[in-house]
Design a protein around this ligand. Sequence first.
Ligand code: PXG
Length: 318
Amino acid sequence: MPVRRIDQTGGMGIQIYIDGRFVPKEQATVSVYDHGFLYGDGIFEGLRAYNGRIFKLREHLERLYESAHHVMLDIPLSMEEIKEAALETVRRNNLRDAYIRIIVSRGAGDLGLDPKKCSRASIIIIADKITLFPQEFYEQGLKAITVATRQRISDTLEPRIKSLNYLNNILVKIEAANAGAVEGIMLNNQGYVVESSGANIFIVDKSGSLITPPAYLGILEGVTRNAVIEIARDSGFTVLEKPFTRHDLYIARECFLTGTAAELVPVISIDSRIIGEGVPGPVTRRLMRDYSEYAQSNGTEIYPQVSGKQVSGKKEAR
Ligand code: PXG
């Protein structure tokens, strides 16, 4: 007799939000005429829920609407409505810890580029578990290289737009893998360090200051990056947003990457140069702990509390 497997969502399977409806993952499909698929014409956000709360929901939604504004994509829901839809998607899947993906594509049109042929943008929200880097990278750090693939400059496709065009970033991933490295770090057209394939970068210099590239150099202005800057300053660290080069990377005392999925991950080698002592440094470890505490205790409640009692959502042992 076949064994029925109970999955993490209580046997229901993952429910995906598509344009106001919830459908099982297997039936969650978009048209092959969707310009998000045909041309990468769309935008997205990746968010996290920790301990029953969506972390930095407002910041992610603001970035989504800013990206939409730049590419003149009319999101058919208000910010408040998308917020509710995201919360409801997590609830439907009975999750307290999740990775949430919000995708807004230009919608179905014809085979031409003209976005006017797409009558309505499509909104898709996925709430699922995420596979992070293996635990050993958080404990021991990872090896990265700087790649030949450059960051796009702001007068082409602005890197601050979180668009569905990730080919450049995927080329960075491929280049790093070909060289036997876990991550690739991009430079911009002037040779300044900007970010990795899907995360922002920080170094700790010899004076103990944290340095991260400013947004105007060509980065996605990460929500995690901004949270880390805030947390570090609150703990009394000096944080500078200023340009730096590969030389600064090589002589850094510490280096780490930040992103919603990656959180904070230490980098211990870049282009075969050992960073600091070759192990995650004290500033990185401290900020990893502070970030984790902050993320576990801040965010938008997914399951409303009624007189101190939880009304729904699978309670996990704490
Ligand atoms: N830079 C880029 C280019 C990104 O794609 C970040 C920085 C960090 O931003 P947040 O707001 O998350 O702190 C990202 C994050 C992946 C992956 O698989 C990464 C991202 C999106 C999707 C997948 O590493 N974006």
